[in-house]
Design a protein around this ligand. Structure first.
Ligand SMILES: [Zn+2]
Length: 376
C-alpha cells in the first residue's frame, strides 16, 4: 500500500492529504474528508498518479485502520492500484512487503537525525538550484525498476552453502604450519617434537575438497566479501527468497563502486555530514546516486554539482525535499554474494562435519606414525 504516489501533471510525489489539498486549491472546491472525494477528482487521480515503484496508473484512494507499532488501530490513507494492478516484480505487488515501504526507497523529507536532516537540506538545495528535480528523482526510479525487470533471476542457492564454505575456510586456517602438499611425512619428520599433527590433519582434510580453493579464488575476483556478516545475510536471503525471482544487483557493480566513492567524499567533505561520517547510510548513498544518475555516472561532474550545492545549503524550502529517493544498493553485497555463490553451484555434501573429519584424521595420523595420542 503505497503511502505516496507520483503525480504526472504536477511532477511530484504526494501523499493522500497533499494531493487532495492540491486538487482543492486547483478546483476551488474544499475537500471535507477522504470519504467524500468528488467523482471527478477520483477520475483524475486514476490517470494522473503512478505507483512509486512500477509506475502503473489506476490509483484509488483508500482510508483504512491500520495497527501502529504498539498494535493500536490508527486511521491512515493510502493509494491502491488494482486495475490493471502492479507489475509482478513491483515491491508493492509482493503481499509480504505490501504494508511496508520498500527497502530501496529513502524518504528524503525525513529529518529525524542530524544525518537525515543534512541530506534533506542537500536535496532541497539541489532542487532549488535546478541541479535535479522531483521529475529526475522519479526518472531514476524508473531507470532502476527497468534494470530490475531486465535482470531478475530465481533464487536456487542451497542456504547451507555459506556454512559449508565457512567450515572449509576455518579448516584452511587450521592447516597453517603443516607440510606443503607434495611433501610426505617421514619417520624423521614424525619424530620432530613440535610437528603440528592438528595442522597436518587439516591439510589432508583440505586435499579432499580441491574445488574449495578454486571457488574462493573466483569469489575473490569479484571483490565480494563472503564471510562474516555478508555471508550470513546471503544465507538468510537464500532461505527467505528460495524459488522466487529477485533483482540481480550485480548488474549495477560499477555504479555501486562509483556511488560508494562519491559517498565517502561527501561524508568527509560536507560539514554537517563530517561529524557523522556515515558514508554507508542509505540517505547518503541515495543522494550520491542521484547526483551520479543526473550526470550519467560521471563522478567528476557529480562532484562539481556537489561542490555548488554544499556551500549553498541553508535557505532552501524544506518542502522541496518531500520526495522518495532511491538507494539502489540496499543489501548490495549480500545479494551479490548470493548470486555469485549460486553461479559457482557448490555441491554441499550431506552430513559432513569438517571439524569431526579433522579430529578423526588427527587420531589416525598419530596412530600411524606412533606419535603421542591426541589430548582430550
Ligand atoms: Zn507498483
Amino acid at each position: 500500500m503505497p503511502l505516496t504516489a507520483f503525480s504526472i501533471t504536477r511532477v511530484g510525489e504526494f501523499d493522500v492529504d497533499q494531493i487532495l489539498e492540491k486538487l482543492g486549491a486547483e478546483t476551488g472546491q474544499a475537500y471535507a474528508s477522504v470519504e467524500k472525494i468528488p467523482d471527478a477528482w477520483r477520475t483524475q487521480l486514476r490517470t494522473d498518479l503512478k505507483c512509486p515503484d512500477c509506475s502503473v496508473i489506476g490509483a484509488e484512494v483508500v482510508r483504512a485502520a491500520v495497527a501502529d507499532k504498539s498494535g493500536k488501530p490508527r486511521r491512515q490513507s493510502f493509494f491502491r492500484f488494482t486495475t490493471p494492478g502492479h507489475h509482478p516484480v513491483c515491491d508493492y505487488a509482493n503481499p509480504e512487503k505490501a504494508n511496508a515501504v520498500p527497502e530501496t526507497l529513502v524518504a528524503f523529507g525525513e529529518a529525524k537525525s542530524n544525518l537525515t536532516r543534512a541530506v534533506r537540506n542537500l536535496v532541497c538545495t539541489g532542487i532549488e538550484m535546478g541541479i535535479f528535480s522531483q521529475g529526475s528523482i522519479r526518472s531514476m526510479r524508473d531507470w532502476f525498476f527497468n534494470k530490475k525487470v531486465e535482470s531478475m533471476f530465481v533464487v536456487s542457492l542451497d542456504p547451507r552453502t555459506y556454512s559449508w564454505i565457512s567450515a572449509l575456510q576455518q579448516n584452511e586456517f587450521h592447516a597453517r604450519g603443516a607440510l606443503p602438499p607434495d611433501v610426505e611425512i617421514t619417520p624423521e619428520i614424525a619424530a620432530l617434537p613440535n610437528f603440528d599433527w592438528q595442522a597436518q590433519a587439516a591439510r589432508l582434510v583440505q586435499d579432499r575438497y580441491p574445488q574449495h580453493v578454486a571457488n574462493m579464488r573466483k569469489l575473490w575476483d569479484v571483490r565480494i566479501p563472503m564471510l562474516g556478516e555478508v555471508g550470513k545475510r546471503a544465507e538468510s536471503l537464500a532461505r527467505r527468497y528460495a524459488g522466487r525471482p529477485v533483482f540481480n544487483t550485480t548488474v549495477l557493480a560499477s555504479e555501486y563502486r562509483t556511488t560508494q566513492t562519491l559517498s565517502e567524499f561527501i561524508a568527509h567533505t560536507h560539514p554537517p555530514l563530517k561529524a557523522v561520517k556515515d558514508a554507508g547510510a542509505s540517505s547518503v548513498l541515495a543522494f550520491s546516486a542521484l547526483l551520479l544518475f543526473g550526470r550519467d555516472w560521471d563522478i567528476g561532474k557529480a562532484i562539481s554539482d556537489f561542490a555548488r550545492i554544499s556551500p549553498a545549503v541553508g535557505a532552501a524550502d524544506p518542502q522541496l525535499g518531500n520526495v522518495m529517493g532511491l538507494n539502489p544498493f540496499h543489501d548490495y553485497e549480500a545479494w551479490a554474494a548470493l548470486k555469485k555463490l549460486q553461479e559457482l553451484n557448490i555441491q554441499v555434501p550431506d552430513e559432513i562435519d569438517i571439524k569431526a573429519e579433522r579430529i578423526a584424521m588427527d587420531v589416525e595420523l598419530r596412530a600411524k606414525y606412533g606419535a603421542p595420542p591426541l589430548a582430550n
